[in-house]
Design a protein around this ligand. Structure first.
Ligand SMILES: N[C@@H](CCC(=O)N[C@@H](CS)C(=O)NCC(=O)O)C(=O)O
Length: 209
């Protein structure tokens, strides 16, 4: 049975459409228009108590009964375990996947997200302060990623993993957070390779709004 994907056209939402496409799982899109406040509706809060997209409902959860999952990192791990794809079982091979997934969740998302926010702030002094602070941090994070990708093909090593899906969701908006990938050539190489993957491309093309 198809997984329900409750989402909107944002970087965090795209992580999961990319993962579902890459894993070739059947799913249906249920849009939650966050610009209209639909994330506060009781039916959505029942599966996503933090009123944020994305969330999923898997009718065939563990034990054959339905389960809902919120937080994109938790969803990626759930789907990786469910399918056995893009999440190695071997504890040593799994560590870098977890490291880079947590790195994304803690920084490479919240920081560029602040850039997106401060770009819209009208007060000149506030906007300047916020942009200076968060552009610097976002640029630092791209530098960390670039150094990592100078050593490995994909973020967790030789193979594509759920960590790549998490990171590409945000890298997709690099122009909006004012990052020039020409300054991060290893990120450029990886980003182009990810975007050339049919599953990833479908994940970015599917209508989410
Ligand atoms: N840590 C959460 C963050 C999700 C998140 O920030 N979602 C945004 C859209 S990208 C949202 O739903 N915002 C609605 C709101 O702020 O009320 C995750 O990774 O799932």
């Amino acid at each position: 049975m198809a997984i329900e994907l409750h989402t909107w056209n944002t970087p965090n939402g795209r992580k999961i459409s990319v993962a579902l496409e890459e894993m070739e799982l059947p799913y249906t899109v249920h849009t939650v228009d966050i610009s209209k406040g639909e994330q506060h509706q009781p039916a959505f809060l029942a599966i996503s108590p933090n009123n944020r997209i994305p969330a999923i409902v898997d009718p065939d959860g563990p034990g054959g009964t339905p389960i809902s999952v919120f937080e994109s990192g938790a969803i990626l791990l759930y789907l990786g375990r469910k399918t056995g794809k893009f999440l190695p079982d071997d504890p040593r091979a799994q560590v870098p996947v977890l490291e880079w997934l947590m790195w994304q969740m803690g920084g490479f998302g919240p920081m560029p997200g602040q850039v997106h926010h401060f770009l819209t702030v009208e007060n000149e002094a506030d906007r300047r302060y916020g942009l200076e602070r968060y552009l610097k941090e976002t640029n630092r994070l791209y530098g960390v990623l670039d150094r990592r990708l100078a050593k490995v093909e994909y973020v967790a090593g030789d193979a594509v993993s759920v960590a790549d899906f998490a990171i590409v969701g945000w890298a997709w908006r690099h122009e909006r957070h004012q990052i020039d990938l020409a300054n991060h050539p290893n990120v450029r190489r990886w980003y182009d390779a990810m975007m050339a993957r049919p599953g990833t491309r479908r994940g970015f093309e599917v209508a989410l709004n």
